[in-house]
Design a protein around this ligand. Structure first.
Ligand code: 5GP
Length: 188
């Protein structure tokens, strides 16, 4: 059974970039592809970035108890980690990297306490976070607003995580993330 490394952060903190970096840097880790009901973005690939499900298909999976954890991260937008996904990656002998929301991260830790490391990625300030999210321009007005509204609530979860990583200068955050992951996987 491989280990679980869970990254969570407020939207716009740079979590996905850091997760991608770790995935490129190490062969012994693989990405847990989540299921979601949100709309697919133009650059996203089904089965690679997410498994895109209809709300009905997602509800059926909830009823079948197919999820390790799931959350309604934004109103009417569901995200979840499938048990099958974790098994798929463990069968490949991989440690698993998650990019999930703050509550989902704590659920994974609760389910697999001794195999899991939770890492909270923090922006240098709320103002920087807001600017990043606006500049990213992936969201329409409504979605941007929903994400900004949630940031302060998300920031309060920091002290429940095993590690905090401040993403100020990205190249430095990459190095810190690599070191944290290396220490955890190699039991240093
Ligand atoms: P986005 O829509 O920007 O891809 O993701 C929105 C939020 O949902 C992010 O915080 C992302 O990490 C989180 N998320 C993605 N997959 C999952 C999942 O499987 N479970 C949970 N709880 N959150 C997830």
């Amino acid at each position: 059974m491989g280990k679980l490394i869970v990254f969570a952060a407020p939207s716009g903190a740079g979590k996905t970039t850091i997760v991608r970096h770790i995935l490129n840097a190490r062969q012994d880790v693989a990405f847990s592809v989540s299921a979601t009901t949100r709309d697919q973005r133009s650059y996203e690939v089904d089965g690679h970035d997410y498994y895109f499900l209809t709300p009905q298909a997602f509800r059926e999976k909830i009823d079948e108890n197919a999820f390790v954890e799931w959350e309604e991260v934004y109103p009417d937008q569901y995200y979840g980690t499938l048990k099958k996904e974790v098994e798929r990656l463990w069968n490949q002998g991989k440690n698993i990297i998650f990019d999930i929301d703050v509550k989902g991260a704590l659920s994974i830790k609760e389910t697999f306490p001794s195999e899991t490391l939770t890492i909270f990625i923090k922006p240098p300030s709320l103002e920087v976070l807001r600017k990043r999210l606006i500049n990213r321009a992936t969201e329409d007005e409504d979605s941007l607003h929903r994400r900004l509204e949630k940031v302060e609530w998300e920031m309060d979860f920091e002290n429940k995580f095993d590690k905090t990583l401040v993403n100020n200068v990205l190249s430095e955050a990459f190095l810190v993330a690599e070191t944290i992951v290396e220490h955890f996987l190699e039991g240093k």
